[in-house]
Design a binder for this molecule. Structure first.
Ligand code: R5P
Length: 286
């Protein structure tokens, strides 16, 4: 097996190769003056099973993935497994208004042209994987997050909305504490209203968990509510730290005591690695 690290996911790819004890090749990716992607897999021959680790978000990373699939195929890859830590367009999984494309389906259909297996991590809607004709599996990051927070003084785990309740349940199971979910009403793309938790949070060290933090609106509204309820401290953890625009600054200015995310999107707070979970899935052959 050979692991090829695309430019979005070099650290995770390196770690994955180390755990699997296989060769690591880093794609040399640069940009042409006009912004187009140039990439090269600097290896003479790849007559082995190849694992490409690369996000398909934002769009330039998607293009790099297409190019890496072609490059590794040309070098003789026996099979190509695409590990897509953050699958772009998964939130556009259906048609909301006539005339729209079915974006997630479009991405899946294009990606599988040169791909034998797909692994995603906490894809926003697992349903999207049905568009792949090749085997496709989603890995849950709950284990990595739960193990990280075990023995770190967390008293309860909260989901900011019902959609994240299952995640809160799983993570709380690893930590061995109760869980609950808040009720969220989305007012606009950046604004949400959150109702108080049913559990008594006063004086408690709470961990809020979500799949994605984008604008930070959801987490900030949840923190305001919990601060009003008199919590002792607020830790926040998510799988994908998208952190659009000034989200990190806004979160830093809130009542959050600590903020962490997984390394599906590599950034300054992506300290929880999901590489061991990816390695486990690959070893099991799913
Ligand atoms: C919603 O369904 C997701 O689970 C997240 O809660 C949401 O995407 C977070 O977005 P934002 O940070 O912009 O509130």
């Amino acid at each position: 097996m050979i692991v090829v690290g695309g430019s979005s996911s070099r650290d995770m790819a390196k770690e994955l190769a180390m755990i699997l004890k296989c060769r690591y090749v880093q794609a040399a990716t640069t940009r042409f003056p006009d912004g187009e992607c140039y990439t090269r897999v600097d290896d003479d021959v790849m007559d082995d099973h190849v694992i490409i680790v690369q996000n398909t978000y934002p769009d330039e990373n998607l293009v790099e993935m297409f190019l890496l699939q072609d490059a590794t195929k040309r070098l003789g890859a026996k099979s190509i497994t695409c590990v897509i830590p953050y699958f772009g367009y998964a939130r556009q999984d259906r048609i909301f208004k006539p005339g729209e494309p079915e974006s997630a389906k479009v991405m899946a259909q294009r990606l599988e042209i040169l791909c034998d297996r797909v692994l995603t991590i906490d894809i926003h809607k697992e349903d999207v994987l049905r568009w792949f004709k090749c085997p496709a599996k989603d890995i849950k990051a709950s284990k990595a997050i739960g193990q990280y927070f075990r023995d770190r003084g967390i008293d309860m785990v909260l989901a900011p909305d019902i959609g994240a309740a299952q995640r809160a349940k799983e993570i709380s199971g690893f930590i061995g504490v109760p869980f609950d979910h808040l009720e969220k009403v989305r007012l606009s793309g950046t604004e949400v209203r959150i109702t108080p938790a049913k559990l008594d949070c006063a004086g408690k060290h709470v961990l809020i968990v979500d799949d994605i933090i984008a604008t930070g609106g959801t987490i900030i509204a949840a923190c305001e509510q919990l601060t009003n309820q008199g919590v002792a401290s607020i830790s926040v953890a998510c799988t994908h730290g998208v952190f659009s625009k000034s989200a990190l600054e806004r979160l830093a200015g809130s009542t959050i005591d600590s903020l962490l995310c997984c390394n599906t999107l590599e950034n300054e707070v992506s300290n929880i690695s999901v590489a061991p979970l990816v390695a486990e899935a690959i070893r099991e052959g799913w």
